[in-house]
Design a binder for this molecule. Structure first.
Ligand code: AMP
Ligand code: MG
Length: 333
């Protein structure tokens, strides 16, 4: 059965519509182990090659600085560096790490940009490992991780490697990449656009004719309730974290790629998907992961306390129960 969609609309769609004759151009590519997609409004005569190169180079810069998978990235070199060494942080890396630390603090460590060793221990990082780690591996990873070990000198923009600290910015970098592409398009004078990297989205302006960029909120596998939620992405971003995105099964148990740094184990509550709507995609991305770790009750409570627009889908038997924050409800038309 297919129900009419629920509709989420930000306060006012006040963009000047695109000039007459503009049409939607679509670009696609690959980055961060996933795909990117950009829709933008421009004249039919738009020179496409420079635009596609501009988008790809912005995303390549994020990978070159913050990838855990590229051994040559600034982040990977930091992770391997000797104890006591100091490392210059490129501008974007510094901005993302500063935001990550803020979310770590506000979430009581549920979100942790230093969870790299834990992510590796559970086989979700670049280290060749699979399955449940033994106790020694796990306790070693827990000892090295911890956002409080982050020693950033903001004046000189340098970061100290205390020894074995492994950064992982995978829960925030995609969203940041989306923001950066959107900023680049804006700088090129392309004010009507929809940017997506691996499911995280940001929209600005409107389509030809003045209609907003409608996007459908991500549904977990198996959610066939038929209820869809559409969001008018106008000056807004949306990101979703889900236990269905990456996981493995062992002895009948399911292990998700989202780790609770507070006990060093994949999350075990029944939260299937968390969607956060925010002006910045970087923050939407980080918070969707943070609330996922916190779980249905603490996650919903913190979203309300911080005024975050969040939707949490909790597994319930064969189906899902939805929890919405007040700020999310305020967007419902
Ligand atoms: P996302 O899909 O944005 O929720 O990001 C998930 C990825 O973030 C995982 O694959 C890990 O690399 C990393 N990660 C896992 N747990 C955490 C955590 N508690 N805090 C920050 N990053 C995490
Ligand atoms: Mg995230």
């Amino acid at each position: 059965m297919s129900l009419p969609p629920r509709v989420l609309v930000p306060a006012a769609i006040d963009a000047t519509p695109p000039a007459l004759g503009g049409r939607i151009h679509e670009f696609v590519g690959e980055t961060m182990g996933t795909t990117w997609r950009v829709h933008l409004v421009a004249a039919p005569t738009l020179r496409r090659v420079p635009v596609r190169l501009a988008i790809q180079s912005v995303l390549d810069a994020v990978v070159a600085q913050m990838s855990t998978w590229d051994p040559g990235s600034d982040l990977a070199r930091f992770n391997r560096a000797a104890a006591g060494s100091w490392h210059a942080l490129p501008e974007h890396f510094h901005a993302v790490l500063a935001c990550a630390r803020e979310v770590a603090e506000q979430s009581g460590g549920a979100f942790d940009p230093t969870a790299g060793a834990l992510v590796d221990a559970w086989g979700f990082g670049p280290a060749p490992r699979q399955g449940v780690p033994d106790a020694a591996t796990l306790s070693h990873a827990r000892r090295t991780a911890g956002w409080r070990h982050l020693d950033i000198d903001p004046e000189r923009r340098v970061l100290r490697q205390p020894g074995g600290l492994a950064l992982d910015l995978s829960a925030i970098a995609k969203g940041f990449g989306v923001d950066l592409v959107a900023r680049r398009l804006q700088a090129l004078g392309i004010v009507h656009h929809l940017v997506e990297v691996g499911g995280e989205l940001r929209g600005a302006g409107v389509k030809p004719g003045g209609r907003p960029w409608w996007v459908q909120l991500e549904q977990p596998d198996g959610d066939d309730s038929g209820e869809r939620t559409l969001l008018a992405l106008h000056g807004l971003s949306v990101a979703t974290s889900g236990d269905y995105r990456r996981w493995f099964e062992h002895d009948g148990a399911r292990y998700s790629h989202t780790i609770d740094p507070r006990d060093g184990r994949p999350i075990r509550h029944g939260l299937a998907a968390v969607t956060v709507i925010h002006a910045d995609c970087m923050r939407a991305d980080a918070w969707s992961t943070a609330l996922t770790v916190l779980g249905p009750d603490a996650g919903a409570a913190l979203a309300d306390r911080l005024g975050l627009a969040a939707r949490l889908l909790v597994r319930d038997g064969e189906g899902f129960v939805e929890r919405r924050s007040a700020a999310f409800d305020a967007l419902l038309e």
